[in-house]
Design a protein around this ligand. Sequence first.
Ligand code: HXC
Length: 514
Amino acid sequence: MSLKKHILDLRKRKEQVQKGGGDKAIEKQVARGKQTARERILALLDKESFTEYDLFVEHEARDFGMDKKQLHGDGVIIGTGTIYGAPICIFAQDFTVEGGSLGLMHARKITKIMDHALKMRVPLIGINDSGGARIQEGVNALAGYGEIFYRNTMASGVIPQISVILGPCAGGAVYSPALTDFVFVVDNISKMFITGPGVIKSVLGEEISMEDLGGARVHAEITGNAHFFSDSEDECFEQIKKLITYIPWSNSKKAKVFPPKPSKFKGNIEDLIPSDPKQPYDVRDVIRAIVDNSDFFEIQELWAANIVIGFGRLNGETVGFVANQPLVLAGVLDCDSSDKAARFIRYCDAFNIPIVTLEDMPGYLPGVDQEHAGVIRHGAKVLYAYSEATVPKVTVILRKAYGGGYIAMNSRHLGADFMFAWPMAEIAVMGPEGAANIIFRKDIEEAEDADAMRALKVQEYKEKFANPYVAAAKGYIDSVIEPNETRKLLLHAIEVSTDKDDHRPDKKHGIPPF
Ligand code: HXC
C-alpha cells in the first residue's frame, strides 16, 4: 500500500470507530437530552486541545455472544487536553456502545489514563454514563472496578479528581465518584444508586422511579454525594471549568494566582448583620463583601445549607471559606454540616489552599435524632480536620461563638494562625439565656419577679462573658476588629502566611472519625 493509502485507511478506521455505537444509538442518546461522549469532551476542553489514546482497543470477551460483537473503543474514550491552558486527563464512557458498560479492556483504558494523570501530576476528570459492570464479562468487570477504586485512593490528595455523572451510574460503579473530590450532576440526566428500582421492587416490594431513587436533586440536596448541580450539560461544563481555575494541578503546586481585584461591595459590612443577635442573615453576603471582585464559588450549595463552603480569592490567591449560615438552623453544626465542612477542610489542606473561617453559631445541634445519628462521631470530624490542617488558617468571629462551636470552628486551641473577632462577638459556653437559667436558677426561682430577675442575670452574664474582650484578654483572640477592616486584615494574614511551615509528628496516617 502506498503511504497515501495508509493514511486514507487510518482516517477511515478512525471515522468508523469514532461513531461509537452507531447512528441509531446516538439518536437514542440525543433523544434522552444527552450529548455523546465525544461531544462532551470537546465541549469541556479547550478548542483543539484533545488528544485521544486507545481508540482502537477491542474487547476480549467471548461468552454470551460477545465474540460476535464489535464494541468501538470498548465504550470509553480516554485522552489528554487542557482547560484554560491547564493540563487535564479525561475519560468519558460512551453509553451508545453496549450501554457504556465496563468490561476488562474498558477498565484498562480508564486505569491507563488514571496512571498517566497521577504520574504527570495533573487533574483527572471522569465522565460517567454507564450501565455498570458488563454483565457478560463477569469477574473481569468486577476486577476492573476494583482497580479503578484502588487508583482513586492512591491519587486522593495528590491530584484533583473530578467525577461528572451524565447518565446512569449504577451498582458499585458509584464508588469511584464517591472516592473522588468533586461530583457534578445534571438535572434529569444524572442517576446514581447501588441497587436500581427493579431490584428494590423484587426485594423490598417498593415501587420507586430512578429519579426519586437517585436523581440529580436527590444527591445534591439529600445525600450530599454531589457537590455541583446544574440544569444542563453545558452549564455543568462551565462549572467544571470555573472549578479548575480555583484549584492547583496537584498537591505539589499552588492554585494559579489571578490579578488582584477589589471587592465590589461598597457599603458598611456591619450593615449586613441585624442588630438583634437572634435575627438571621445570609453569611454569603459577608463573604462576597470580602473576596476579590465579590466572586464566591459555592460548593454543595443545596445540601447541609447550615454551613457554607466554597472558594473565593484574596489578592488573586485562592482561599477556601467555611462559614456558619445563620439563615439555616441558626448555622448550627449537625451531622451533615460537620461532614461537609470536615471534607472541605481536608481538601484545602491537601491542596495548599488557605482556609478562612467565618463563625456565627450557637453550637452543635441538640436532640435525640442528632445524638442517635452520631453527632459525636460526625462532629469530631470537624475538630480533627481543623487540627490536622497545616495550611494557613484564619478565623473571624462575626457574632455568636458558643460552646463546642467556639472550639470547633478553627479556634486558636485547634491551631488557628490568626483569630479576629468583631466587637459584637459573643464568646461563651452557651447563649446568655440558657446560661442564666442554669447558673442563676435559685436566684430566679426565689425572686418575687422571676422574669425581671432572669433578665437581670442574662444581662449580667452577657456583660461578663458574651463579648470578645474576655477571650482577647487571654490572647485567644488576636484582635477585635471593625467589620470594615476584615478584608484588609485577611489579605494581610494570608500574605504573611505564604511560607507557613508547620510540622506534625511522624506517623503512617491518623485515624480520623470516618
Ligand atoms: C451489559 C448492558 C449493561 C450492562 C446496559 N447494557 N447495561 N450490557 N452490561 N451492565 C446494554 C443494554 O443491554 C442495551 O443493549 C444497551 O446497553 C442500552 O441499555 P438500555 O437498557 O437499552 O438503556 P436504558 O433503557 O436507558 O437503561 C439503562 C439502565 C439499564 C438503567 C442502565 O440498562 C440497566 O438497568 N442496566 C443494568 C444495570 C445494572 O444492574 N448493572 C450492573 C450493576 S452491578 P442493546 O444491545 O439492547 O442496545 C455492578 C457491580 C459493580 O455494577 C461492582 C463494583 C464494585
